[in-house]
Design a protein around this ligand. Structure first.
Ligand SMILES: Cc1cc2nc3c(=O)[nH]c(=O)nc-3n(C[C@H](O)[C@H](O)[C@H](O)COP(=O)(O)OP(=O)(O)OC[C@H]3O[C@@H](n4cnc5c(N)ncnc54)[C@H](O)[C@@H]3O)c2cc1C
Length: 361
């Protein structure tokens, strides 16, 4: 019997547990989670956007996993009656400079194989989204929103039914290796043939403790805050300001919220403490030039999360997911699973399955 340990019950750990347990095999699958409930990390602190893959780098994992498989997430939601909406997304140009970004986005999108996009002129934009002010936009049709918590709950229920064993309030610290198997103090009598380290913000720490001397990337965590409003607008689509693919610039996005109203953000907060009153002005300044009727008295702090960005000492900032098996060991690390991690969760699980080579494809 092959024993597999998954560290972390976020959307990635749950998707892997679901994918690995789908078909009856001679596997025993354990999931270790430090909190008392699944999905209590970053996976519950997001915009819940199903990204279409317009702006990722060609052939990057983000690009391939998001684009090829975003259909999986829509199909899963449909099959299991998880709330979702194909809202579409608008990349909005508010200045002449931003109009030029739209062409770059369009080019990048077509290069990546995302063809269901269209440039929208000012007149058409006014008809489609009368509350917005903009000069032009790029419409991305396959973007949407979904209920990430409902999605995780279903993954958990199916995995449990498929005999995956979950252990909550158990924190993985480090593992010892014995004859290529892994042991941890949490399960004194068990040793694992495979470990899949998808512990989100702590994944690098666990890898460093278990494989000292191995060169892993470092964490470069960036905090993102959301505000919310219940103010009524006619706005139906997700709104992102136009951007140059690969160039990071702080924007305040607007996303319709399935539970009602709209969420704004995430912002980029570099300091350890935040002043919510001050932040409110930053948000309003970021929103009002494209959604002028926004009322400062009707927006309030909503939530925040940490983007688990990673950095390599030599090469600097890394913009892609890091999903790798350690040479000669059945240990798989998942680092830097930032956006579009939710959108790609089911495809990441398939990718990990492939890396494990436990299945014939
Ligand atoms: C602000 C923000 C907005 C985002 N918006 C979107 C979006 O709209 N669309 C999209 O596709 N993606 C989005 N993302 C990305 C997405 O949220 C992540 O890619 C995804 O949640 C990563 O899931 P995860 O399971 O790796 O991490 P997590 O959800 O953080 O799960 C890791 C789990 O491991 C557990 N854990 C940690 N350490 C240990 C330990 N030592 N022992 C045991 N358990 C441990 C944690 O408690 C946690 O439950 C966003 C991210 C952020 C930060």
């Amino acid at each position: 019997m092959t024993k597999i340990l998954i560290i972390g019950a976020g959307i990635i750990g749950l998707s892997i547990a679901y994918e690995f347990s789908k078909k009856k095999r001679d596997f025993k699958i354990f999931v270790l989670e430090k909190n008392k409930k699944f999905g209590s990390g970053n996976s519950s602190q997001s915009s819940e956007v199903i990204h279409s893959g317009v702006y990722y780098k060609k052939n990057s994992l983000k690009n391939v996993l998001c684009i090829q498989w975003k259909k999986l997430i829509y199909d899963f939601c449909k099959k299991y009656k998880i709330k979702y909406s194909r809202t579409e997304k608008i990349f909005l140009a508010c200045s002449k400079k931003e109009e030029k970004y739209l062409n770059k986005l369009r080019e990048n999108s077509l290069n990546n194989g995302v063809k269901d996009i269209k440039i929208i002129d000012k007149k058409k934009l006014k008809i489609m989204e009368p509350d917005l002010i903009g000069r032009k936009a790029l419409l991305s049709k396959s973007a949407g929103i979904f209920d990430a918590k409902g999605f995780m709950k279903k993954l958990f229920q199916i995995s449990k039914k498929n005999k995956v064993k979950f252990f909550f309030n158990k924190k993985a610290i480090k593992f010892k290796m014995h004859k290529k198997k892994f042991k941890t103090d949490i399960f004194i009598d068990e040793s694992f043939d495979y470990v899949i380290n998808c512990a989100g913000l702590e994944a690098i720490k666990i890898a460093n403790k278990t494989f000292p001397g191995y060169k892993f990337p470092s964490n470069y965590l960036v905090r993102g805050v959301y505000f919310k409003t219940m103010q009524k607008f006619k706005l139906r689509r997700i709104v992102y300001r136009a951007m140059i693919p690969g160039v990071i610039r702080e924007r305040i996005d607007t996303t319709p919220f399935l539970g009602g109203g709209y969420i704004f953000g995430p912002s980029v907060e570099k300091s350890k403490t935040i002043n919510k009153k001050k932040l409110k002005y930053k948000f309003i300044n970021g929103i009002k030039n494209y959604l002028p009727e926004i009322d400062i008295n009707k927006i309030s702090y909503f939530k925040e999360g940490y983007r688990p960005k990673i950095m390599f000492k030599k090469d600097g900032n890394n913009e892609d997911f890091y999903i790798k098996k350690i040479k000669n060991y059945n240990w798989i690390n998942l680092f830097g699973i930032e956006s579009p991690g939710l959108t790609s969760a089911l495809s990441i699980a398939k990718y990990v399955k492939k890396i494990c080579s436990l299945w014939n494809y």
